[in-house]
Design a protein around this ligand. Sequence first.
Ligand SMILES: *Cc1c(COP(=O)(O)O)cnc(C)c1O
Ligand code: SF4
Length: 361
Amino acid sequence: MEKLPDLEENSHKKFSDWHDILSESINTAEVLAKYLPVDISTIRKVTECYPMRINPYYLSLMINKGDHLRKQAVPDLKEIEDISGSDDPSCEERQSPVPNLTHRYPDRALFMVSNQCALYCRFCMRKRKVGRPFTVTDSTINAGMEWIRKNNTIHEVILSGGDPLLLEDDEIDRILGRLRSIKHVEIIRIHSRIPCTLPQRITKNLADTIRQHHPLFVNTHFNHPDEITKEAAAACAILSDAGIPLGCQTVLLKGVNDTPHVMQTLMKKLLTIRIRPYYIHHPDLVRGTSHFRTTIKEGLGIIRSLHGYVSGLCVPQYMIDLPGGGGKVPLLPEYIQSVSDEKLQIENFRGEIYNYPETIV
Ligand SMILES: *Cc1c(COP(=O)(O)O)cnc(C)c1O
Ligand code: SF4
């Protein structure tokens, strides 16, 4: 096994810039096998269907911390053996008035401005798209901008991908500037996993660029407390200090974070780096990801273990995305035991039953 690239030791020379870290990413079975005991032919087969990218930062993290991080990044034969689900269960393509833009809710649009990520997550809901050549081009970005300009019911644009923050600072500035020039766009949101997977990319210059375009929110994506490192904390501090509110969209993943203890720890730790957990997503019915799926019942149990036990500041909503383009719906554990004209019987977080008198009208 080869010695790991040492980020600490090299931070002042080789890895002084995020581009250098990214360019050392592992994307072939042969190179991965130098660091991990993997079967080269299996990895090769899977990466023919779905690309792999593991950058040195995440590589060293997952080697040091173990399986729950490895599972998110290392290709698994189950990805290509899975015949369940579909490539695009939530029908993003069908609800696309122009390529790479999905319009599902009345007042907001999801706009994919990058097809690259700092790590290709094996459970990705956009496995069909990310990391593939083409997909996002100048012409799709122009068409998206034009569509948003013409549709004045759109008050919020969510930049997604791929990862928008993998674009260069000047490209990000240009995209945000174009959106800001559209009067009806009030809120801009960026969805990015970069603070977790390549925190070195969050530079002061990036934050200074983004802050010119407020009100702007960033939702990031952490799935395990071990991903909250001092590098990730520093990245989030740079964004928060630029006045950018941070949220987190965690995906519930079997073998990664599907226990009350891990999820409680993750939610509490997110708060300490000034991230307010936003959603926990039940994994979508995407082909090639069924080995990550828990039952909804298990998901509800985990949400229940948060209510009352951790600060309300770090209790996100548990969301399920309905197949067929129905959209996201919040799921809640059942606390109401019975309802009559006079009273409701409600269970508290400890499972004790209380009566609540109904208002007599
Ligand atoms: C998730 C999603 C959004 C954003 O939904 P919020 O509930 O506002 O976070 C917008 N458009 C599409 C197509 C989405 O999938
Ligand atoms: S960072 Fe997001 S879009 Fe990119 S591979 Fe991971 S889950 Fe998919």
